[in-house]
Design a protein around this ligand. Structure first.
Ligand SMILES: Cc1cc2nc3c(=O)[nH]c(=O)nc-3n(C[C@H](O)[C@H](O)[C@H](O)COP(=O)(O)OP(=O)(O)OC[C@H]3O[C@@H](n4cnc5c(N)ncnc54)[C@H](O)[C@@H]3O)c2cc1C
Ligand SMILES: NC(=O)c1ccc[n+]([C@@H]2O[C@H](COP(=O)([O-])OP(=O)(O)OC[C@H]3O[C@@H](n4cnc5c(N)ncnc54)[C@H](O)[C@@H]3O)[C@@H](O)[C@H]2O)c1
Ligand code: SF4
Ligand code: FES
Length: 803
C-alpha cells in the first residue's frame, strides 16, 4: 500500500513532538518530510536560557539529532522555509524553489518575538531572544561590550538578564508595569522577586515606556517617555511573542490571532492541521510547552485514526529558570469579587503562598520561596478539587521520601511533559531504571525545562532505596547504566570487538543502541584497538559517513587538505577546473586557511574528489581539522622559527587521526601569535631557540584561552609532546568532549604530571604511532569501493548532516 505523504512545516518543539507521537502510534503509515527555517535539527529552545547562563552548551541542547531523522526515514530540509501552500492541489512551496505534495500537512511555525516599533530598533546591538542565533549574538557581544538593557520584566527578560549578568555584563531591566512578571505573579510576589534579583545584581527601571533607541549604526542608549535615558551597548527585547501565521494566512488558511483549530487541531482546510504556538484553540494561543505537547498528542491520534477525546485547553503553570529563585504560578493569579484566598506570608523565611478559591474549588496559586506544592496545586486544579483536599493534607514540612510517599499516583511530577508519579514509578520498576537520564529516555520526564530533575531523583531514591546512588555517575546514554569509564574497562576486560557485541554483553536496554552511544562506542573501540578494529561506518554521524559537510540547503561542501595553509598554482588550477565543471556555487577561504567548495550535489562528490586528486581536509571529522600557520621566519621580520615548515610536519603527521571531537592546531613563529594559538586545541608559539605549547583553547561559543602545557627546544619535541598530549586526550576524554572542556575538567597540572613521566610519555607516543599507522585517505578509499559508491552516494535518502 502506498504510504501517505505527511509534511511538517516548522522543525521546532511542538511539530517534532507531534512526529514522535505519530511514529509511536503508526511507525510505517507515512512518508515524512520536514521543513525548518533554522539550519539545525530540533533543539530544546527552553534551554537557550541555560546556554546563556553558562549551564549548558549549544551542542548539548539538541533534542533529536540528525541521525534520528535518518533512522526514522524522515526527509529533513534544514534552513529551508515554506513560503506558500496550494491548498487545492495539496502542495507546499519553499524559498529554495522546491515543491512537495502532501496528503496531510502540519503547520507548526511557532511564534515570532514581538519587537517594539521604536525608532532605532534596526540598529546593530538590538536583538530578540528566541533562537540559537540570538543567543550566540548575545554571548559574542558580551566579549566586547559591558552594558546591556533588557526591555521586558517577564519570564524571558529575567532569564536573559540573569544570563547576561553571568556573562559579565551590567544589566538594566526596563519594565512597563509597576512590578515584575505581572502576567504570572501578584504584586507581593513580584516585589519579593525584584528584591532577590536586585541582590543578584540586576537593576530595575519600572513603569518605563521606551520611546527611542539612540546611537549611529550601533545602539548607544534607550530613551523613555518621561525624558529619562540609559546607556546601552546591547538591547534585548523580551516583550512577548506573536503567533507566526503570515504564511498560513497568505495561503488562505483561516486565522485570528493564531491559526484557528478545533479540538483535533484541524484547521478549517481539509488535511491541514496546526499545532504549537502558531495555533489558536478556543480563542487561546499558548507560549509554554506543556499545552503544546498535549495538543501534539491529540493531533497525532487524530492523524493516525486512533480514538481520542480531543484537546480541551490547558491550565497553565510557570516557573522562572533563574538559580536562587523559587517562584511558581498556575491558573488564576489575581483576586476578584468571585474569589477568596488562602495566604501564607513569612517574611523571615522569604516565603509567600497564595491559593485562590472560587465556589470552594481551587482555581489558581502564586508561590514564592517554597514551591513544593506547585505541581500538586496544578493537579488539584486540573481535577477540579475542593480546597479541603489541599488544606487537610498540607505537606509544607515534608521533604524527600516523606514528600514522595504522600503524593498520590496521579500527581504530576513533570509539568512540561505531563508525566505523573505513577507513570515514573511504573517505568522504574518495570524497566529497571536507575538514573534520571534513563527515566527521561523512557517517560520524557525532565526532557524540557529540567525543573523536575530533583523530584525525579527523589522518586528514584524512593523506589530503589539504598540501591540508588544520588551522586550517580553519568551513564554513557539512556541505553545503559554504565559510565564511559566503566564501558571502556569492560571492553578491555572482556575483549569486546564491535559495537553490537558491547551492547549485547553489557546488557544495553535497546538492541540497536541509540545515536548517542553508537558513534561513541565506535570511537572507543577504534581508539582501544586501532590496528584490529574495523571502523563501523554506519555508526558514525552522517557528515563523517559521507566525508563531506551537509549545508543548510541539502548540498555538500568539499574541502581538500592544504598542509599548513600552503597551496600552489597547480593545485589552484585543478580546484578552479573542478569548480567550473561541477558548477560550484561558491569558493570560500576558510578560517583554517584552505578553500571550501560549496553547493556540491551528493552524487558529484566522488568524481570531484577523484579529479581534485588531493587528500580530504577532514572538515567534517571528529579528528584533526587544520594546522593554521603564520608566514614565519622565512618572510616575516619578527619570525624566529619556521612556522610553516613545522605546521606542515604536524598536519602530515596527525592527518586522519580520530579524536573524541574536532581538533584544530596552529603554529606561530613569534609571540604576536598571528595564527591565533590561544584559541586552538594545540597552539605552538615559536620563541628564540624554543617553542611554547598551549592546549585546550576554543574560539567557539564557549571561548576558552589555551593554557601553557610545556616549553620545548626542538621541532621533534613539539611533535612528540603534541602526540603525547593528543593520545592522552584520545584515551581519557569522553566522546564529543572538546580538549577545552577536557583540560578544564582534569586540570592542566594533571596533564603536565602525566606527561612528565618519561615512560608514560614514550608509551603514549608509541600508541599514537600505532593509531596513525592505519590511517587512510577517506576520499581515495571511497572512490575505490564500488559498494560505498553505490550505497552512500546514490542511494542515501536523507539530506541531513552534523558538524
Ligand atoms: C529562551 C526561551 C526560554 C523558554 N523557556 C520556557 C520554559 O521554561 N518553559 C516553557 O514551557 N516554555 C519555554 N519557552 C517557550 C517554548 O520554547 C516554546 O513554547 C516552544 O518552543 C514553542 O514550540 P513551537 O514548536 O510552537 O515553536 P518553535 O519551537 O519556535 O518552532 C517553530 C519552528 O518553525 C520554524 N518555522 C517558522 N516558519 C517556518 C516556515 N514557513 N517554514 C519552515 N520552518 C518555519 C521556525 O524557524 C522554528 O524553528 C521558552 C522560550 C524561549 C525563547
Ligand atoms: N520559564 C518559562 O516558562 C519561560 C521562560 C522564557 C520564555 N518563556 C515563554 O516565552 C514567551 C516570551 O516570553 P516573554 O517574557 O517575552 O513574554 P511575556 O508576555 O510573558 O512577558 C513580556 C513582558 O514584557 C512586558 N512588556 C510589554 N511591553 C513592554 C514595554 N514596552 N516595555 C517594557 N516591558 C514591556 C510585559 O509587561 C510582560 O511582563 C512566553 O510565551 C513565555 O511564556 C517561558
Ligand atoms: S606570528 Fe610573528 S612571525 Fe608569525 S607572522 Fe605574526 S608577527 Fe610574523
Ligand atoms: S517540569 Fe519541565 S521538564 Fe519536567
Amino acid at each position: 500500500m502506498r504510504k501517505q505523504k505527511l509534511v511538517l512545516v516548522g522543525n521546532g518543539m511542538a511539530g517534532i513532538r507531534a512526529i514522535e507521537e505519530i511514529l509511536k502510534l503508526s511507525p510505517h503509515q507515512f512518508d515524512i518530510t520536514v521543513f525548518g527555517s533554522e539550519p539545525y535539527p530540533n533543539y530544546n529552545r527552553i534551554e537557550l536560557s541555560k546556554v546563556l547562563q553558562g549551564d549548558t552548551e549549544i551542542d548539548d541542547i539538541t533534542l533529536n539529532n540528525w541521525q534520528w531523522y535518518e533512522e526514522n526515514e524522515i526527509l529533513l530540509y534544514p534552513g529551508e522555509t515554506v513560503t506558500a501552500i496550494d491548498k487545492d492541489n495539496q502542495t507546499v512551496f519553499t524559498d529554495k524553489e522546491r515543491q512537495v505534495d502532501y496528503d496531510k500537512l502540519i503547520i507548526a511555525t511557532g511564534s515570532v518575538p514581538f519587537m517594539l516599533p521604536l525608532p532605532g530598533v534596526d540598529k546593530d546591538g538590538v536583538t530578540a531572544f528566541r533562537d540559537i542565533k540570538d543567543c550566540e549574538q548575545m554571548i559574542e557581544t558580551s566579549d566586547q561590550y559591558k552594558k546591556a538593557v533588557v526591555i521586558g520584566g517577564g519570564l524571558l527578560g529575567l532569564e536573559a538578564a540573569r544570563g547576561l549578568l553571568n556573562l559579565g555584563m551590567q544589566v538594566d531591566v526596563v519594565h512597563i508595569a509597576d512590578y515584575l512578571m505581572e502576567r504570572q505573579l501578584d504584586k507581593t510576589a513580584g516585589k519579593m522577586l525584584q528584591k532577590e534579583l536586585e541582590n543578584q545584581g540586576m537593576n530595575f527601571l519600572l513603569n518605563k515606556q521606551s520611546v527611542k533607541i539612540t546611537g549611529r549604526n550601533r545602539v548607544k542608549g534607550l530613551k523613555f517617555k518621561d525624558g529619562g535615558e540609559v546607556k546601552a551597548d546591547l538591547v534585548v527585547m523580551a516583550v512577548g511573542i506573536k503567533p507566526n501565521i503570515s504564511m498560513a494566512k497568505e495561503s488562505g488558511v483561516p486565522v485570528n490571532r493564531g491559526i484557528i483549530v478545533n479540538d483535533y487541531l484541524e484547521t478549517e482546510v481539509p488535511n491541514i492541521f496546526a499545532v504549537g504556538e502558531c495555533a489558536e484553540h478556543r480563542e487561546m494561543v499558548y507560549g509554554l510547552v506543556a499545552p503544546l505537547y498535549q495538543q501534539a498528542q491529540q493531533m497525532a491520534k487524530r492523524i493516525c485514526n486512533v480514538d481520542c477525546d480531543g484537546y480541551k485547553g490547558s491550565v497553565l503553570s510557570t516557573q522562572l529558570k533563574v538559580s536562587g529563585v523559587d517562584v511558581f504560578s498556575t491558573g488564576k493569579i489575581i483576586e476578584d469579587k468571585h474569589t477568596k484566598s488562602l495566604k501564607v506570608f513569612d517574611e523571615w523565611r522569604g516565603v509567600y503562598q497564595k491559593v485562590l478559591v472560587e465556589e470552594g474549588k481551587i482555581t489558581g496559586a502564586v508561590l514564592y520561596g517554597d514551591t513544593k506544592d506547585g505541581n500538586r496545586l496544578l493537579s488539584l486544579i486540573n481535577k477540579g478539587a475542593m480546597i479541603e483536599e489541599y488544606t487537610d493534607n498540607k505537606r509544607s514540612e515534608e521533604t524527600g521520601n516523606d514528600l514522595i510517599a504522600s503524593m498520590p499516583e496521579e500527581e504530576i511530577i513533570c509539568g512540561c511533559n505531563g508525566v505523573t508519579k505513577g507513570t515514573i514509578i511504573e517505568a522504574i520498576n518495570n524497566q529497571d531504571l536507575t538514573t534520571v537520564e534513563q527515566v527521561k529516555g523512557c517517560t520524557n520526564a525532565s526532557r524540557s525545562c529540567g525543573g523536575c530533575k530533583s523530584l525525579v531523583s527523589d522518586l528514584l531514591e524512593y523506589a530503589l532505596g539504598d540501591q540508588y546512588d544520588q551522586n550517580q555517575k553519568e551513564s554513557i546514554c539512556t541505553c545503559s547504566t554504565l559510565s564511559r569509564d566503566e564501558v571502556i574497562e569492560e571492553i578491555k576486560l572482556k575483549e569486546l570487538t564491535h559495537t553490537r557485541e558491547v551492547m549485547n554483553v553489557l546488557g544495553w536496554t535497546s538492541e540497536e543502541g541509540c545515536s548517542k552511544c553508537k558513534p561513541a562506542l565506535n570511537y572507543y573501540l577504534g581508539m582501544l584497538n586501532p590496528t584490529e578494529y574495523k571502523d563501523e561506518r554506519e555508526s558514525r554521524f552522517v557528515n563523517e559517513r559521507l566525508h563531506a559537510n551537509i549545508q543548510n540547503n541539502g548540498t555538500y561542501s568539499v574541502v581538500p587538505r592544504m598542509y599548513g595553509g600552503v597551496t600552489n598554482a597547480e593545485d589552484l588550477r585543478r580546484i578552479a577546473d573542478v569548480a567550473d565543471k561541477y558548477e560550484v556555487k561558491m569558493i570560500k577561504v576558510t578560517g583554517g586557511q584552505r578553500l571550501d567548495l560549496l553547493g556540491v550535489q551528493k552524487g558529484d562528490l566522488p568524481s570531484m574528489w577523484s579529479e581534485l586528486d588531493m587528500p580530504s581536509g577532514s572538515a567534517y571529522a571528529k579528528g584533526l581539522r587544520t594546522v593554521k600557520t603564520c608566514v614565519g621566519a622565512d618572510f616575516c621580520r619578527f619570525g624566529t622559527q619556521d612556522s610553516i615548515g613545522l605546521g606542515v610536519q604536524m598536519e602530515k603527521k596527525f592527518e586522519g587521526l580520530n579524536t573524541p571531537h574536532k581538533v584544530k592546531m596552529s603554529v606561530s613563529a613569534c609571540p604576536r601569535n598571528c595564527a591565533e594559538g590561544s584559541v586552538k586545541d594545540v597552539g605552538v608559539i615559536g620563541l628564540d631557540g624554543e617553542f611554547e605549547l598551549y592546549v585546550g583553547g576554543n574560539g567557539g561559543t564557549h571561548m576558552r584561552k589555551a593554557e601553557l602545557l610545556a616549553k620545548v627546544k626542538t621541532e621533534a619535541e613539539v611533535l612528540n609532546t603534541t602526540a603525547a598530549f593528543l593520545q592522552y586526550y584520545r584515551e581519557n576524554a569522553s566522546y564529543l568532549e572538546r580538549t577545552s572542556a577536557w583540560v578544564e575538567r582534569v586540570g592542566i597540572e594533571h596533564i603536565q604530571n602525566v606527561l612528565s613521566n618519561k615512560k608514560t610519555f614514550i608509551d603514549l607516543n608509541q600508541r599514537m604511532d600505532e593509531a596513525l599507522s592505519v590511517v587512510q585517505d577517506p576520499w581515495k578509499e571511497a572512490i575505490k569501493s564500488e559498494t560505498l559508491l553505490r550505497d552512500l552516494y546514490e542511494n542515501v535518502k536523507v539530506p541531513a548532516g552534523s558538524n
